[in-house]
Design a protein around this ligand. Structure first.
Ligand code: ADP
Ligand code: MG
Length: 303
């Protein structure tokens, strides 16, 4: 039985064969990522991404919750180093697919998946040991719709997860934190409140703090589920600038309901409807010359 034929259910971290070794090698072999500070003027430019971000592939992925189908036969390639947007009406399965990449749905009772989800060629649902699944999740930065800062200071939010995962001095961690806060376009706003509680920041600042926090770690893959849905236009703009600056170094898969945002920042877009992938392609083509009528209706706001 190969990976694509297997059925896996929520709660069980079981699967065929322990193929964790390659994941370990990938994580250990990564050059440690340094935040790249991109001047605003060049952040909108779209150089072809280099291939140091992770590659993600979905092969015939079908998902159900308690027997009710949420995704049907989705196959999709996310090229390394790209920003990839998932779009489609609420309930079409975008979040479900995103959460398959780091197996967050394992916690959902009644969740079942068939098909394969591959990260850098490795079938993530074949990881059988819980420590391998934890390593998979640690190697993936996850940003949720609602920012989730830790109940501590701005600086501690930045340094605590880093010091937990990376052997480093507190001074080095703080220095890196400043670089990452700068990369997230937040530093100037919080420079004199680094020891204030993160909860005192505005929603947009908290979301940028959460993004800056994932930048602290060397994850080559960021998953973002409607990261700007609760933000004002200025915070949204800063996050879009940041996403553009990450191209090449990290792969970003993001769910967005904002068509303009998908157009502005993503290299590739996939449109979903009723649990099916309608079409996927480079963003410019999908928006300007969609193959399917449903895509056209959706991207022009007529659905
Ligand atoms: N935890 C869950 N339990 C049961 N059904 C779920 C759960 N999460 C999502 N679903 C169902 O799966 C389908 C896809 O949902 P979701 O992935 O959240 O869509 P989207 O992110 O596109 O709005 C919906 O019908 C939703 O009701
Ligand atoms: Mg969703």
């Amino acid at each position: 039985m190969n990976g694509a034929e297997m059925t896996r259910s929520g709660g069980a971290e079981s699967g065929a064969g322990a193929r964790g070794a390659r994941e370990t090698a990938n994580m250990a072999g990564d050059a440690f990522w340094r935040p790249r500070l991109v001047p605003a003027a060049s952040a909108g430019a779209r150089p072809e991404p280099a291939a140091s971000g992770a590659r993600v592939e979905f092969r015939g992925v079908s998902v159900s919750y308690g027997g009710k189908q949420a995704l049907a036969e989705v196959s999709l390639d996310v090229p390394p180093g790209s920003v990839f947007a998932f779009i489609g009406p609420s309930g079409c399965g975008k979040t479900t697919l995103l959460r398959c990449v780091n197996r967050l749905n394992d916690f959902v009772r009644g969740f079942a998946i068939t098909g394969g989800v591959f990260r850098d060629g490795e079938d993530v649902y074949s990881l059988s040991r819980s420590e391998d699944v934890r390593r998979l999740r640690r190697g993936t930065g996850m940003i949720f719709q609602k920012p989730n800062p830790l109940p501590m200071s701005v600086m501690e939010n930045m340094t605590m997860p880093y010091l937990e995962h990376v052997k480093s001095s507190a001074a080095e961690a703080r220095e890196r934190a400043v670089d990452c806060l700068r990369a997230a376009g937040l530093y100037d706003e919080v420079a004199n409140r680094l020891n204030a509680p993160a909860a005192a920041l505005s929603g947009g600042q908290q979301q940028r703090l959460c993004i800056a926090r994932v930048l602290m770690l060397p994850s080559r893959l960021l998953l973002m589920d409607e990261p700007c849905s609760a933000l004002d236009p200025i915070s949204t703009f800063k996050i879009e600038e940041l996403l553009s600056s990450l191209k090449g170094e990290r792969t970003v898969v993001m769910v967005t309901h904002n068509m303009e945002q998908a157009r502005r920042v993503s290299d590739h877009t996939a449109f979903f409807l009723n649990g099916r992938l309608v079409e996927a392609g480079d963003t410019y083509t999908l928006f300007s010359r969609p193959r399917e009528e449903a895509t056209e209706r959706y991207v022009t706001g007529r659905m």
